[in-house]
Design a protein around this ligand. Structure first.
Ligand code: GLN
Length: 298
């Protein structure tokens, strides 16, 4: 069969398997299987596809029709312009999460602004950032790459996730320290170990919503990275309760949230005494980030 015939059949199979953008996906899988680009396909679409290539392609196609995420087949996802290795032990980096990184970078790069002067940022002190529930390390690594002068720690409960995060730091040549910790439990709580900024994209899907997610997410991404318990707010509550001890006075706590969690998470931060609380919408206009400052003690 020719490349064109194989691709057109593949698009049909993907569609039957419930995959929406079957044209783009069949094209991508074909190019991936042949280590080729669109130009190659356009030039050769009426040529016979070599058997060995077809075997590789059909194998990938079958897995994709079983709703294995594309990123698990290629082992990769781009995030903030950087390549990240992924497997079934980590959440695949989402474009939505780039907003959290952008907000964090805005805060870090704005050190000269008045508000940040209140943050006990001493001139010679390095800015310290913690990424809780780091998963693939995409947030921690991209913060370090885009803001090399900061000191970044990433933590996660999962040893398997940390192995992926370490691999990603190495791959992107980013000096990030990773710690295995159940939220703050194994982090150094002494005053010198405090952070100027804590960011987190914790698990936030309510348990009973998980069965309704796409099969790629529900069956192939780690439940540990998704399940935010009954109301989806469990980890926000825990982190907000404890973060105070790990932030410098005036430091910032910043979360990714689900589209309907802006009010609840803001309220939790308000109750815990945070100030300057803001909910930031993403490009689709959906609430995506909540941030607030730890009160300064005078
Ligand atoms: N945004 C992810 C999803 O929609 C969930 C991320 C999370 O729970 N932190 O699947």
């Amino acid at each position: 069969m020719t490349y064109r015939e194989i691709r057109s059949k593949a698009a049909g199979r993907l569609r039957d398997a419930g995959i929406e953008n079957e044209q783009a996906e069949s094209e991508f899988l074909l190019e991936y299987a042949c280590s080729a680009d669109l130009n190659f396909y356009l030039l050769h679409q009426n040529d016979e596809m070599p058997q060995e290539q077809e075997r590789i392609f059909q194998n990938l196609l079958k897995q994709r029709c079983d709703r294995i995420p594309l990123q698990h087949l290629t082992g990769e996802q781009e995030f903030m312009g950087l390549p990240f290795f992924v497997n079934e032990n980590v959440l695949i980096p989402r474009q939505d999460t780039e907003l959290l990184v952008e907000e964090a970078l805005g805060y870090l790069k704005n050190k000269s602004d008045k508000e940040n002067e209140l943050c006990a940022f001493e001139q010679e002190q390095k800015i310290r950032v913690l990424d809780l529930c780091t998963g693939s390390g995409c947030i921690a690594v991209s913060l370090k790459k885009h803001c090399p002068e900061i000191v970044v720690t990433g933590s996660d409960l999962s040893e398997e996730a940390l192995r992926v995060a370490e691999r990603n730091a190495e791959r992107n040549d980013a000096d990030v320290m990773f710690v295995c910790s159940d939220l703050f439990s194994d982090l150094d709580g002494n005053p010198d170990g405090r952070f100027h900024l804590i960011v987190s994209n914790p698990p936030y899907i309510p348990t009973d919503v998980i069965p309704t997610l796409m099969p790629e997410v529900r069956d192939h991404e780690p439940e540990l990275a998704l399940d935010g318990r009954a109301d989806g707010l469990f980890f926000y509550q825990k982190i907000i309760e404890e973060a105070d001890r790990f932030l410098f006075s005036g430091g910032c706590l910043m979360f990714e949230i689900g589209y309907d969690q802006g009010t609840a998470v803001s309220e939790l931060m308000r109750e815990a005494g945070y100030t300057k609380i803001e909910v930031v919408p993403d490009l689709q206009g959906l609430d995506r980030v909540v941030k607030g400052r730890r009160l300064e003690y005078v």
